[in-house]
Design a protein around this ligand. Structure first.
Ligand code: UTP
Length: 312
């Protein structure tokens, strides 16, 4: 993260400082139980999270980001029609043997180098896609009583260091609940959960409220939450009896709002660019940008874009 974006951290008591020393984040939850209706027909028989950005499924981008942030346990909340995700994070013996017989060593690396170690991945099923809050609640027994990250694979963030690493670093000092936030144009606030800011310390803000999908006229700010969270396990208690909120779904943001007052709530203006890969145009945008960042194809892709631009 650029030094200039560093901001003063909130002051803590000695007790809090000692408590925060143990704020390590070892587990990440990947909710992948949604229907992906905006991508139909592509998602009729394929999970949205398996859509590739260049040659890597969204969910692999997410797991690699989590691993770079020091995550050791990867918890997937899946649903019907999502078994391709489990297969993706498993060893593929047939393919491996075939590639070995053909001497395709680069391809072997491409299917195996990034695999999480045996026993570090767990799956549970959401049974019904009742909303993100419900998906996270389904992971309660696998997470247990420790802080954990939530990573939405369809929010792809290009950042160095990766977005979740920036958050883990910040969380060591803040504790509480921490979300990644970005400034959005005022007319877009109703697509997001939006913070009501209590104090703005630069890259870090403390919030006194948040609203899911507010009306443009009544939005408390234009600081929108993206799909990266570090949460206190106390959230599970709030999700236990959560009622349906915006869109008829059990919203994670409603449970976060219910914790205000008892648990500090922070937003981190991460350094990086987020692509909304749950949206067709955002997904295409990400593919172009990630392809341009790849030394093995950037020249060709740039040439294609130039040619297209000339015909517009
Ligand atoms: P979205 O709301 O973007 O995903 O949820 P969706 O419902 O699958 O997509 P659309 O709107 O119909 O196109 C963000 C993330 O949360 C997961 C999704 O799988 C996605 O990764 N999710 C959402 C769940 O796991 N369970 C749910 O009930 C809802």
């Amino acid at each position: 993260m650029a030094q200039s974006r560093r901001s003063p951290r909130p002051a803590h008591t000695l007790f809090e400082q000692q408590f925060h020393m143990s704020n390590s984040v070892r587990k990440a939850v990947f909710p992948v139980g949604g229907l992906g209706t905006r991508f139909l027909p592509a998602t009729k028989s394929m999970p949205k999270e398996m859509l590739p950005v260049v040659d890597k499924p969204l969910v692999q981008h997410a797991v690699e980001e989590a691993r770079a942030a020091g995550i050791e346990e990867f918890i997937f909340v899946t649903g019907r029609g999502k078994t391709a995700i489990e297969d993706h994070f498993d060893r593929s013996f047939e393919l491996h043997d075939l590639l070995e017989a053909r001497g395709k060593n680069d391809a072997i690396k491409a299917i195996s180098e990034w695999l999480p170690s045996a026993g570090s991945v767990a799956y549970t099923r959401q049974q019904e896609p009742l909303g993100l809050g419900h998906a996270v609640w389904c992971a309660r027994n696998l997470v247990g009583d420790e802080p954990f990250a939530v990573v939405l694979a369809d929010d792809l963030v290009m950042a160095d260091p990766p977005c979740l690493s920036q958050m883990v670093d910040t969380y060591r000092e803040t504790g509480g609940n921490l979300v990644a936030v970005m400034e959005v144009p005022a007319e877009h606030v109703s697509r997001y959960g939006v913070l009501d800011v209590a104090s703005d310390m630069g890259s870090l803000v403390e919030a006194k409220g948040l609203v899911e999908k507010p009306l443009v006229e009544s939005a408390p700010s234009n600081l929108a939450i993206i799909g990266r969270y570090i949460l206190s396990p106390r959230i599970f208690g709030r999700l236990e009896n959560a009622k349906k909120g915006a869109g008829g779904e059990i919203q994670l943001t409603d449970a976060l709002a219910a914790m205000l007052g008892s648990t500090p709530f922070y937003g981190l203006r991460y350094d990086g660019v987020r692509y909304d890969c749950g949206d067709k145009v955002g997904f295409l945008h990400a593919n172009v940008v990630f392809a341009l960042s790849r030394p093995d194809m950037s020249d060709e892709v740039r040439e294609i874009i130039r040619n297209i631009a000339e015909t517009l």
